[in-house]
Structures are given as structure tokens and as C-alpha cells.
Write a protein that binds this ligand. Structure first.
Ligand SMILES: [Zn+2]
Length: 343
């Protein structure tokens, strides 16, 4: 065999092994739910941004949970049952610590309904930093990350329940020192655990400021979920961030037709620019509010299936495109693995 033939054969072999490696990586991805690990391929139809309970009255860690878990379950259960006809298999609960995160409540709800639920580690600086532990002022990103990594490795408190992603929240386009610390801590936690970073953000410029910090730590944008991206009015900025590889979370689906048409317009744009593979869809709905009679008003988790899907199909979206957004993308987004910027 001539040397050029040999080197061509080696190249083919290398290419084949690369393809096998890539497909194995995808097949092997796992997701961490409140009842244990599952293969990402089992997530099925997923709601990637919802809430079971949020306690905005909870200002710091010294305020105890002032609700009865059984009452919350009784109130929330019918809304979970409503998801069954739409084959929703996985529900991502985005309530962070100091805002009412309750892993045991979620685990019980998951066992009662058979729906997989993910909870999170991380802290939320949005809402004017009212939901942060006081110690944060004196903590370095490394010290904050150590707390989150400990939850990821050993479970939250003594529950034995592990977080399935990192949830942070920032305040403004101009990141505060605290905002920057949280993003840096999220990067360090990601590099150690492979958990995806979800950040309550809003405008594209604020997402971009965070992606700049990710870059400094060598974390790939595909490890970042830009939450509440639908508030951005510049399609150009949406496209830039999607093309960088970050997840664009359009998580404001609601009954209101004007809001639905706005979302469908955004999705048409993402489709026309071939970016549907970066989109996540959810309602940011729920939730039980401790202190209010029977948990207060509760927004259901079904508008995506009962109305938005119909709007999208009438505009020419195919079943395959919808499945890309509600099945494939969440498995890819939440599949645990370290995502470093390729050198
Ligand atoms: Zn939310």
C-alpha cells in the first residue's frame, strides 16, 4: 500500500471514530432529577422553565418555610395531571434557594405523578438582591461555588436530593459586583459538575455581559440558558446570541393572544435563520404562593399544548420542528457534561 493510501485510510478511520465518539456522547448524556439520574433520552416532552412554589416574601435564609407540604401537593397535583394528555414527561422547577426551593416537596410530587422533576443549585440576585444570604458580600466566587458544588456532589442539605442545573438571577444590563460573582461562581460550578447554567436575565445585552464572563472561564455558551429572552426586541441581538450557541429560553407562554402572536413571530424568525435548535419553550407558570389563601392564583402549565402549538401549526411549523424545541433541545440543554470552549 502506498504511503498516501495509508494516510488516507488513517484519516477515514479517525473520522469514523470521531463520529462514533460524538454519537456515543449524545447517547450517554444523563440528567439529574429529584428522584435520581435518568438518561437524557428519557426526558421526553419537557417544560424547561416552570415553578411549583415561589415565596417572594422570603427575604433571607432565617425565614422558615411557612406552608404545609400536603396543602401544596393537593393544590398543585391537578395542574400536573393536566400535563398527562400532552405526554409531558419532565418538568424543570426553576425556584432557587431563598425563594422557596423545596426539593422534598418536588420529590413527593414527582413520585405521585410519575413526572420527572429537576431542581437547582445557585442563588438569585434579581429582585434587588433581596433573596441572597447575607454572607455573600464577603464571599469570593470560589467560596460560593464551593457551596453549590457541595450540593451537586452530596445533595441539598440532608435530603440526599441533587440539583439538575445551576440557577442564577442577575439584576441589570450593567452587572453589579454581586451579579458578576454569581456568574463567575456558576462557571466554576459548571466546570466541576457539568451542570447547565440557567440565568434569569431578560435583555440581550445582559446575556452578552454574562457570556463574556463565561468566556473568561473558558465555558462554552452552550452551557448557558438565556432566560426570559423573549423580552428582547432586537431580533439581531437574539440571532447573535443564538449563533454563539447559547440556549434562547422563550419562557413567557400565556393565554393572552397578543403574547402568543409575539412568541410565534419570534419563532418564525428563529426558524427563518435556522436557529430552532437553540430554542427552549416554557410558561414560567404556576405557582403556589405561601401566605395566600389556598396558595393564591395559579397559572396552568398547558397553554403551549392547548393553544400555542395550534397557532404555530397554522403558520406552517411541522411536528418535527415542534419536537425539536420541546423534546430534543431540552435533552441537549440539560444533559450533564462539561462544555469548554474548543481551543
Ligand atoms: Zn421563573
Amino acid at each position: 500500500m502506498s504511503s498516501s493510501l495509508i494516510s488516507a485510510s488513517i484519516r477515514i478511520l479517525l473520522l469514523a471514530s470521531l463520529i462514533v465518539t460524538i454519537s456515543c456522547q449524545n447517547k450517554g448524556l444523563k440528567v439529574i432529577t429529584v428522584t435520581g439520574e435518568i438518561p437524557a433520552s428519557k426526558m421526553g416532552v419537557t417544560l424547561p422553565h416552570e415553578h411549583v412554589l415561589v415565596d417572594f416574601a422570603m427575604i433571607d435564609s432565617i425565614v422558615p418555610n411557612h406552608y404545609n407540604k400536603d396543602s401544596v401537593i393537593t393544590r398543585v397535583l391537578p395542574y400536573f395531571e393536566e400535563l398527562k394528555p400532552f405526554k409531558v414527561t419532565t418538568f424543570v422547577d426553576c425556584t432557587p434557594e431563598f425563594l422557596g426551593r423545596d426539593p422534598q416537596l418536588l420529590a413527593e410530587l414527582s413520585r405521585k405523578t410519575g413526572i420527572y422533576i429537576l431542581t437547582n443549585t445557585g442563588w438569585y440576585a434579581a429582585d434587588n438582591e433581596r433573596h441572597l444570604p447575607k454572607e455573600i458580600k464577603d464571599m469570593s466566587p470560589e467560596q460560593i461555588a464551593a457551596v453549590w458544588i457541595d450540593e451537586a456532589k452530596n445533595g441539598i442539605g440532608n435530603t440526599g436530593i441533587k440539583p439538575g442545573f445551576i440557577k442564577i438571577g442577575i439584576n441589570n444590563i450593567e452587572l453589579s459586583e454581586t451579579d458578576k460573582k454569581l456568574v463567575a461562581a456558576a462557571c466554576l460550578t459548571h466546570l466541576e459538575t457539568g451542570l447547565t447554567i440557567m440565568s434569569h436575565t431578560g435583555l440581550a445585552d445582559a446575556a452578552m455581559a454574562q457570556l463574556t464572563i463565561l468566556k473568561k472561564y473558558g465555558v462554552d455558551p452552550s452551557a448557558f440558558i438565556w432566560t426570559h429572552a423573549m423580552v428582547e426586541t432586537s431580533n439581531k441581538k437574539l440571532l447573535t446570541i443564538a449563533q454563539m450557541g447559547a440556549w434562547v429560553s422563550i419562557d413567557g407562554i400565556q393565554k393572552d393572544l397578543t403574547a402568543q402572536l409575539r412568541i410565534s413571530g419570534l419563532l418564525q424568525f428563529m426558524k427563518s435563520t435556522r436557529q430552532l435548535n437553540r430554542v427552549l419553550l416554557s410558561h414560567d407558570a404556576g405557582w403556589y404562593q405561601p401566605g395566600k389563601p389556598n396558595g393564591g392564583e395559579f397559572r396552568p402549565y398547558t397553554e403551549l399544548f392547548t393553544s400555542l402549538t395550534l397557532v404555530l401549526m397554522s403558520e406552517g411549523f411541522t411536528r418535527e420542528e415542534l419536537d425539536q424545541m420541546i423534546i430534543k433541545n431540552p435533552a441537549e440543554a440539560f444533559g450533564v457534561r462539561v462544555r469548554k470552549i474548543a481551543k
